[in-house]
Design a protein around this ligand. Structure first.
Ligand code: BJ8
Length: 423
């Protein structure tokens, strides 16, 4: 990696903390990803992006800033990337998947807060996340209570914090509210950039994001093959990188690896053995570098064939209709698209269970592992009804609760191994 020390200093990162994080990340990446066999050649691009995630990519974002673009950081797939791109801005995901500065975090948040929330606080307090520091505006959303209330504290730490309210039902009133929120977001971006969003801008934003989602969908569908042409770890990594990389370049690279996977499928070559036990993961999002559970699952010889998750199919599967020829029509299409996201903060949320069943069939899963982060009420509460409904269809389910620590590795491995044996 080139020397980015000056850039990190300019961003206000804490060098000791940041070096410690990069060292840990590098080691984890080597042992989890680079030790895999039969990786598609196209993964070399994603390995490169990861190796430069705090270097070259941040440099690119700063160059975009110098050219006048604003960088918008967010924590949720409800923040519409179409609108951000239409405003001439760049979207980056800030969800964090590792514990950091926990002692500091627990001075401002209760201990029994989910790891994902504690993680982005830790990244901020430890000054280790260049994406957070490079962002011109950070958008927090009112989804679960944990995020909603923690943002009251978080916004004191970040300048240019913007709070987006979101509905928790899908009634006509909720739809109206979401549309008003998205309109306010448009106004905020227009105020920041000093430029109005035109119909053409919005159509272009939708086209770019739809192309990215189509490519990710194509990747998902290829995982239905047996043997699976790509490991679940690598597919998850690609989905994680979707939140960081330039969307146009990323789409090209995902389509390129899909071309390669199609050839591998024709030759019945797989990343894992044919007839390996096939697992679908469902539940909380797994942000970089949260690879703990997938690496445990795949180390048993099983293969993960899909993620019913926001960093996975829940976040990417629906496209935005771009047929309207006026701003209001396009905004309606965006609202309709986002209201299809079946996050557990919604009630009722039957769509999610239906989607899990559909994915199990589509990807020929032998069982579902429901992944809940400790203290995440929406997903853990929903895991009971998910289990009940899937078992009615004779789909085996293992409900797991974990966090970002390594302490429960042994216990998790034992439970996953036992589950993989019976499916
Ligand atoms: S649309 S899943 S990205 S809110 S794990 S912080 S829910 S206590 S992340 Fe999410 Fe948007 Fe929904 Fe998706 Fe709260 Fe649970 Fe923590 Fe969570």
């Amino acid at each position: 990696m080139a020397d980015y020390t000056q850039m990190w200093t300019d961003l206000g990162l804490n060098h000791d903390n940041h070096n410690a994080l990069l060292d840990n990340l590098g080691q984890a990446y080597q042992s989890i990803f680079m030790s895999q066999e039969n990786r598609p050649e196209g993964m070399s691009y994603f390995d490169f992006v990861m190796s430069e995630a705090h270097g070259l990519r941040i440099q690119e974002l700063r160059e975009e800033q110098e050219a006048g673009r604003k960088i918008i950081g967010s924590f949720c797939v409800f923040v519409p990337e179409e609108i951000i791109l239409a405003a001439g801005c760049t979207a980056v995901g800030l969800c964090a998947g590792a514990d950091f500065a926990q002692e500091e975090v627990e001075k401002v948040l209760p201990r029994n807060t989910c790891s994902l929330i504690k993680s982005f606080f830790g990244f901020k307090l430890g000054k280790v996340c260049p994406y957070m520091e490079v962002s011109d505006m950070i958008v927090g959303e009112n989804t679960c209570d944990g995020k909603k209330k923690s943002f009251e504290v978080f916004k004191e730490m970040v300048p240019n914090f913007y709070q987006m309210d979101l509905p928790q039902t899908k009634t006509p009133m909720a739809r109206h509210m979401l549309k008003q929120e998205f309109k306010s977001f448009v106004e905020k971006l227009e105020e920041m950039t000093g430029k109005s969003i035109s119909v053409e801008d919005l159509k272009q934003g939708i086209a770019t994001v739809n192309a990215k989602r189509k490519a990710l969908r194509r990747l998902s569908m290829l995982r239905a093959a047996d043997p699976a042409p790509i490991s679940g770890l690598d597919a998850l990594l690609i989905n994680q990188i979707a939140f960081l990389d330039n969307p146009i370049r990323f789409t090209e690279k995902v389509n390129a690896i899909c071309d390669e996977l199609e050839l591998l499928i024709k030759e019945t070559k797989g990343a894992k053995k044919a007839k390996a036990p096939r697992v679908l993961i469902s539940g909380c999002p797994m942000a970089i570098p949260n690879w703990k559970l997938p690496s445990i699952i795949e180390s048993t010889g099983a293969v993960i064939v899909g993620e019913e998750s926001c960093i996975g199919e829940r976040g990417q599967r629906n496209l935005t209709d771009d047929s309207a020829d006026n701003l209001d029509g396009l905004m309606n299409a965006i609202v309709d698209r986002y209201l299809k996201i079946d996050c557990a903060v919604f009630t009722p949320n039957q769509e999610r269970v239906n989607h899990i069943k559909e994915m199990s069939q589509q990807y020929n899963a032998d069982g579902v592992i429901h992944y809940g982060l400790q203290f995440c009420q929406p997903y853990i509460m929903e895991s009971f009804s998910v289990e009940k409904e899937l078992e009615k269809q004779n789909i085996s389910v293992l409900r797991l609760e974990t966090d970002y620590s390594q302490e429960d590795m042994g216990q998790l491995s034992t439970r996953v191994e036992a589950f993989v044996e019976i499916i």
